[in-house]
Design a protein around this ligand. Structure first.
Ligand SMILES: *Cc1c(COP(=O)(O)O)cnc(C)c1O
Length: 497
């Protein structure tokens, strides 16, 4: 399997190179050159297999330059019972006859990003081994919350790698901050930055593009890499759970073999829903993809009109991981939808850079709309959805999942399409306890976050996620703090260069 850049100005690379490089040097993203459908028989053969076996099957297809043994060992270590202490790794919960929740938050940090970030470090270290470069890898992360902790846990104590996370001092929740600051491991660093998430992201981008800093790093045998979803190594592992969900539906007699399903994804960077689309390209029977957004509904508008327009107010919501205007993985999707037309992609992204918007042609739009539906939920609608789901099904959902649940319900009302639907649940409700409890009680709650967590437990009778339990009393291991224009100095200090 070879990989192409969406911008078409870089050579084809192997999977290992795509993962090691992260972003293509021409500014594009790597995508598989050719994805063939598995036959119905080949897919159905896997229906009684374990999550680990399904993962190995998918990864082997895309990582043809990794040995079977490398893949199997990585899968075994990443999806161990210790990391995902539930049967099936991503269990499916039935709400009613045609709505199912796919719980993607049983990993070490209580968000779906663990599914990718638990295995990506193995894939990256193997990729580095396959190249001639034996510098130490430095993973730089700017986070608005969930990615930082998931990346820290994934890369903690991985040999040959250092991980440094920058988060905005006032831009993350109490739980998210505590989760990051208490991370153990001898190769982890967490820095609180005096600024907002954009300052963090800009500071990190600025470091990535500084040639003299890069030279200084290389002179000291260090090399930067990235752990966000522009990296194919982060997207790929997410394809697996869509097959797992499908097989669980079959084994629950909810659908018959070959029957199509609908998939609803609470979307930010378009990574998770794109993974679902790749599962479809591999032959997973899917009727519709429902792309769910919060008040930052750039994608809803795009799917309706074909105009991608980021020239709008950025809104802070109770689903912060979806507060995003530029969905990086949309570029990969458009590349697929135009049959790999990199000239067209260059044109659209040039327009985006110059005018903050672009409009795709009618033909491509029609092709997209045949499979994809955009829906969005405003803040009060998401809150109502949390309450409704709790009342009707005695089941707690976090605000991101609530956006998906509400969007699916709207789609069903408008279309009368009652195809069996999978709703991605991307975070444990305990990760966003305040928003969840306030939605259920329909009032503002003044007490401390950790008291709220206890109250949510009492109310729902569910276990507090282990990622959050006891967090309050854990030692703070990271105390670094820096101003937004001192990031390079901070890095030099950390790396002693
Ligand atoms: C990252 C994240 C999302 C958005 O996922 P994308 O792959 O960026 O679309 C949704 N929900 C939660 C809880 C997240 O952490």
């Amino acid at each position: 399997m070879e990989y192409l850049s969406t911008r078409g100005k870089f050579k084809r690379v192997s999977a290992a190179e795509a993962i090691r490089l992260g972003l293509s040097p021409d500014g594009g993203l790597f995508v598989p050159a050719q994805v063939e459908k598995f036959s119905r028989e080949e897919i159905m053969e896997k229906k009684d297999k374990s999550y680990q076996e399904i993962a190995s099957w998918i990864l082997k297809y895309f990582l043809s330059d990794y040995s079977s043994r490398e893949i199997e060992e990585s899968v075994k270590a990443a999806y161990s019972e210790q990391n995902f202490p539930v049967e099936k790794v991503t269990p499916l919960k039935k709400l009613d006859n045609n709505r199912y929740i796919l719980e993607l938050w049983h990993g070490p940090t209580a968000a779906f990003k663990d599914l990718a970030l638990q295995i990506m470090p193995y894939l990256l270290v193997l990729a580095a081994d396959k190249s001639d470069v034996d510098d130490e890898i430095v993973i730089l992360v700017a986070t608005s919350g969930d990615t930082g902790k998931a990346a820290l846990e994934g890369f903690k104590d991985v040999e040959g790698v250092k991980i440094i996370v920058f988060y905005p001092e006032a831009g993350v929740s109490r739980v998210q901050k505590d989760q990051m600051k208490t991370t153990g491991g001898s190769n982890t660093e967490v820095v609180s930055l005096q600024g907002n998430f954009d300052d963090c992201q800009n500071a990190v981008k600025e470091v990535f593009s500084d040639k003299s800093f890069k030279a200084k790093m290389e002179a000291n045998s260090y090399r930067f890499s990235s752990a966000n979803s522009i990296n194919w190594g982060r997207l790929l592992p997410q394809i697996v759970y869509y097959f797992s969900a499908y097989f669980q539906l079959i084994n629950d007699n909810a659908i018959s073999e070959g029957e199509e399903i609908n998939i609803t994804v609470p979307t930010g960077n378009f990574g998770n829903i794109l993974a679902a689309y790749y599962a479809y390209k591999l032959g997973l029977p899917v009727n519709k993809f429902i792309c769910a957004s919060n008040d930052n509904k750039v994608l809803t508008d795009f799917l309706k009109t074909g105009v991608y327009d980021i020239d709008r107010e950025f809104k802070k919501t109770i689903s912060p991981s979806m507060d995003i205007l530029i969905s990086s993985n949309l570029e990969r999707f458009l590349f697929e939808m135009t049959e790999h037309d990199s000239e067209q992609i260059n044109q659209w992204y040039k327009e985006l850079k110059e005018n903050n918007s672009f409009k795709i042609d009618q033909e491509t739009l029609a092709k997209i709309q045949a499979k994809f539906v955009g829906q969005f939920s405003q803040e009060d609608e998401a809150k109502k959805a949390i309450k409704l789901c709790y009342q009707d099904f005695d089941y707690l959902i976090d605000p991101h999942t609530a956006v998906a649940f509400d969007s699916l319900n709207k789609y069903r009302d408008q279309s009368s399409d009652l195809t069996t639907a999978v709703i991605d649940s991307t975070a444990s409700p305990y990760k966003f306890s305040r928003a969840v409890l306030e939605a259920i009680k329909n009032e503002k709650i003044a007490v401390d976050e950790y008291r709220i967590i206890e109250e949510l437990k009492q109310l729902s009778g569910t276990e507090i996620h282990r990622a959050i339990k006891g967090l309050e009393n854990m030692d703070e291991k990271h105390k670094r703090n820096c101003s937004k224009n001192k990031v390079k100095e901070e890095l030099k200090d950390i790396l002693a260069i």
